[in-house]
Design a protein around this ligand. Structure first.
Ligand code: DC
Length: 251
């Protein structure tokens, strides 16, 4: 049986990974700091796929609220909807799989990674109008396949029929340590601050009424606390090979 060998070759080559002649849709969900971004980009690169960072979409909307001086908690659903109608949100990834996000033509990619925007993104992500607005955009991007979609509700809400779903988790302290390494030395933010922020965001993201952070029933759980990037990717590749083998048999 040489299916797994041919899938190995596809994963290592520059032609996109296909099963039965089709590029597939992969979702990776999980809490903040579990390594979703790094892993999704790396997997997309290996498979020759695009990468969709949906957290960046929520952050870009948060930036737009901040920039307009609006507090989402003081606005009702229809006012939020009206504000969203004034926004043109565009996302793309470069050849290096860096996410580029534009709000009304302005590239805000460099402005959306601060802890302040992260907290605001968590707040606006609980607003039904925001989720409705982004649902359609995300589904449009995922429709042709050949994409790794990263977020909180990819496998549960946005792409319930994804070809394969992963749920990436890690302990709270490990996630805080990873976030600390991403911040500049002079950020003034301590590990304890980050642990507390991550706990608050986990709580907010998993208890909100719409699209709470939840592992999809049919997802494959990978705990990255004790795994490096290669270790996580190797596990995912193993599952992709198994999927390719099963589909080749059941076609
Ligand atoms: O992954 P991130 O830290 O960039 O996400 C920013 C916020 O957006 C996070 O608090 C949760 C929210 N989010 C969401 O609700 N659904 C998604 N699919 C992605 C992100």
């Amino acid at each position: 049986m040489n299916t797994s060998t041919s899938q190995n070759q596809v994963m290592d080559s520059h032609s996109p990974f296909e099963i039965n002649g089709k590029a597939i849709l992969i979702t990776i969900d999980g809490p903040a700091g579990a390594g979703k971004t790094t892993i999704s980009r790396c997997l997309a690169g290996k498979l020759g796929y695009r990468y969709l960072d949906t957290g960046a979409l929520y952050r870009a909307i948060a930036w737009a609220f901040h920039h307009a001086g609006l507090n989402p908690d003081s606005e009702n659903d229809s006012r939020i909807e009206a504000f969203l109608k004034t926004l043109l949100l565009q996302t793309d990834c470069t050849k290096n799989l860096d996410t580029v996000i534009r709000v009304n033509g302005r590239d805000v990619s460099a402005h959306i990674r601060s802890p302040e925007i992260a907290m605001l993104a968590s707040a606006i992500s609980a607003k039904p109008a925001v989720r409705r607005y982004l649902l359609e955009l995300q589904q449009e991007i995922g429709r042709p396949g050949g994409v790794v979609c990263e977020g909180r509700d990819m496998g549960t809400v946005v792409f319930p029929h994804a070809d394969i779903k992963f749920y990436l988790d890690a302990s709270c302290e490990i996630r805080a340590r990873r976030r600390l390494l991403e911040l500049p030395d002079n950020s003034g933010i301590s590990l304890a601050d980050l642990i507390s922020l991550i706990q608050q965001r986990d709580q907010a993201d998993s208890t909100r009424e719409i699209a709470p952070l939840k592992m999809p029933d049919d997802a494959i759980l990978i705990d990255s606390s004790d795994l490096d990037i290669d270790g996580v990717i190797a596990r995912m590749e193993g599952h992709l090979r198994a999927l390719a083998r099963n589909r080749a048999i059941w076609r």
